[in-house]
Design a protein around this ligand. Structure first.
Ligand code: ADP
Ligand code: MG
Length: 633
């Protein structure tokens, strides 16, 4: 376009687009679900605004919350239209840069694995359009602009051939269908199959069945049309039917009529109309008994934008009744997201979507679940919460406390069940029962998998959630001197306790191998006591909160001397450890003055361990961080 303003993509975007456009990735279908998912997200946002504000323009510019899917063969493009628009700034920001963390890791991974399936989770789903198109236009008309200028509506066209640059121009002749955003894909020659309406229907069914807005396709339809019959033909053409103009019992009249009216015949004719492709099943409103595993899995895929091959590890679908009524579906994903702990202390984002009477309110509501359960995905639909209040007011609504409490309870039950149903988890005597109850193979090893992915969250829960500490402690798994390299639980530990043993023994350190050499350990194993290995950086911290379990006290096998304890406490204060910190500085000086001083060495070691532990969930690579600190000491 002549008036276009040119922009360069952020380097990372450019790289990503190169990879996509040259990709041999065979599942090109995914572009459609990404477009639909974006449209659905945008509508969610606008629906919330609409329920909130009473501005005139909202009513005018959003005639209905639906988006359509259209295609035309002739013009060789494929487009999606929704009624939510972007401003020029939005276009530059949303379709030119990447805001989310972890995207570069994804780009890196894609370069090697070439698997694009998870693209939607990384905030770059839009670019998957370049799997099938070599030129893309995004035409957007923002609601505010529509109001301000009424007849002088501006819309913007974003366009790119994935050649490192994009352009934005104002447009006045190329009117999009309705207000909103229209995405025009100029399909590559080898992607022409996406112009086939049956292909599109199949894709929507496969990936977007659980999208909460109607998806329409401009689809062909065979209709019967009556046309005047040609006398000669009508008599020997079996497919046509003569129009009925007579009724039985009135033969004479009918005969007369027949003479007057010309004969007609029915022929098949193709017309086009908007066809609804999904039935917007709100799975959570249905009876759990009537929802199949496959439906839950598909629902999870669409909710979590996690289109991997794996099923969620577990789910819980329930209705809460009483003062506060709500329905909810919770999922344990098959895998932890790449940044689950990376941003643990910075973000409060829960992964639950909140609906009030089926209206989407928010997916950034941090009052629904405590932080440590942020790995769960799911949805809550409340009948009790008010609809037309601000997010802030909702956040303070008293019902939320009750909802949160029930959600935690259900979530922990669900995880507990995952363990209970796993034959690998049980004692030998229950094992038989579980195996007899069928589908045990499918459940085998599921809890170990859960623990591997989300064990740290359970530990953080023990630290943070005093109310549920005992329930969470039941979910703990660890290795011990007697567990034979397998994971075991506190209950199992207790069942093996020697008669007369009062305490639960544990030992903390950086690795099992290191701990096995510890003289402290030997002291206990000699007496045939079982000792728990806690080797996760977070464990030492954890044990400050977990004092006892089932009336048994936890006993650290390396009882610290007072001096070490003091050093430990000092180390703990060095949270924001850096080489210039006074404690580190002092230590360094003392090491320089007297390299052989044992207590200094010990203190340095403790500061190191503390740094390791405390940074365990603050930083990406705690080991590297801690060893840097250590060497600076
Ligand atoms: P994500 O959906 O994870 O944010 P995408 O790359 O899929 O990442 O989309 C980037 C952004 O572009 C979205 O966050 C949204 O702001 C904007 N966007 C994309 N498609 C639409 C659309 N159809 N309507 C409005 N905004 C859109
Ligand atoms: Mg997206």
């Amino acid at each position: 376009r002549a008036n276009a303003e040119k922009f360069e993509f952020q380097a990372e975007v450019s790289r990503l687009m190169d990879i996509i456009i040259n990709s041999l990735y065979s599942n090109k279908d995914i572009f459609l679900r990404e477009l639909i998912s974006n449209a659905s997200d945008a509508l969610d946002k606008i629906r919330f605004l609409r329920s909130l504000t009473r501005k005139f323009w909202v009513k005018v510019t959003i005639p209905s919350s639906r988006f359509r899917l259209n295609w035309t063969k002739k013009r060789k493009y494929f487009l999606s239209v929704i009624e939510v628009g972007m401003t020029k700034e939005d276009l530059i920001k949303n379709l030119g840069t990447i805001a989310k963390s972890g995207t570069s890791a994804f780009v890196e991974k894609m370069q090697t694995s070439g698997d694009l399936n998870l693209i939607g989770q990384f905030g770059v789903g839009f670019y998957s359009v370049y799997l099938v198109a070599d030129y893309v236009e995004v035409i957007s008309k923002h609601n505010e602009q529509t109001v301000c200028f009424l007849n002088l509506i501006l819309w913007y066209v974003w366009e790119s051939k994935a050649d490192g640059a994009f352009a934005i121009s104002e447009d006045k002749w190329n009117e999009p269908l309705g207000r909103g955003t229209e995405i025009r894909l100029h399909l590559r020659d080898e992607a022409q199959e996406y112009l086939d309406e049956f292909k599109l229907k199949e894709l929507v069914k496969k990936y977007s069945e659980f999208i909460n807005f109607p998806i329409y396709l401009w689809a062909s339809k065979e209709v019967d049309e009556e046309v005047p019959a040609d006398e000669d033909e009508s008599s020997d053409d079996e497919e046509t039917t003569e129009s009925k103009t007579s009724e039985e019992g009135e033969e004479e009249d009918a005969e007369k009529e027949e003479e007057k009216k010309p004969k007609t015949k029915t022929i098949k004719k193709t017309t086009y109309e908007w066809e609804l492709l999904n039935d917007m099943k709100a799975i959570w409103l249905r009876n759990p008994k009537e929802v199949s595993d496959e439906e839950y899995t598909k629902f999870y895929h669409s909710l979590a934008k996690d289109f991997g091959d794996e099923k969620p590890l577990s789910w819980s679908h329930f209705t809460a009744e009483g003062d506060v009524e709500f329905k909810a579906v919770l999922f344990v994903p098959p895998k932890a997201p790449h940044d689950l702990y990376e941003s643990y202390y910075n973000s409060n984002k829960s992964n639950l979507k909140l609906y009030v009477r089926r209206v989407f309110i928010s997916d950034e509501f941090d009052e629904l679940l405590p932080k440590y359960l942020n790995f769960l995905k799911g949805l809550v639909d409340s009948d009790t919460l008010p609809l037309n209040v601000s997010r802030e007011m909702l956040q303070q609504h008293s019902s939320l406390k009750t909802i949160k409490k029930k959600l935690i309870r259900k979530a922990l039950d669900m995880i507990r069940k995952l363990a209970d149903e796993d034959p690998d988890e049980s004692n030998d005597k229950d094992k038989k029962d579980i195996e007899e109850s069928g589908d045990s193979n499918e459940k085998r090893g599921q809890y170990a998998k859960f623990w591997n992915e989300f064990g740290k969250s359970i530990k953080l829960g023990i630290i943070e959630d005093a109310t549920n500490r005992n329930r969470l402690a039941k979910l703990l798994r660890f290795e011990t001197t007697k567990s034979d390299g397998k994971l075991t639980s506190l209950d199992q530990y207790i069942s093996r306790m020697k008669s007369g043993q009062k305490d639960i023994f544990y030992i903390t350190g950086t690795s099992k191998e290191q701990l096995e050499k510890s003289p402290f350990l030997e002291r206990l194993t000699k007496k045939n006591y079982e000792v728990i290995f806690f080797t996760d950086p977070v464990d030492e911290y954890l044990m400050q909160y977990l004092m006892d379990y089932e009336d048994k006290k936890f006993q650290n096998s390396q009882t610290l001397s007072d001096a070490s304890k003091q050093a430990y406490m000092r180390g703990k204060r060095v949270l924001e450890i850096n080489p210039r910190h006074p404690i580190i500085k002092e230590l360094r000086e003392r090491v320089v003055n007297d390299p052989e001083d044992e207590s200094v060495k010990q203190t340095a070691q403790l500061v190191y361990q503390t740094a390791l532990m405390e940074s365990g969930f603050l930083l990406n690579d705690p080991k590297d961080f801690a060893s840097r600190i250590y060497s600076s000491v």
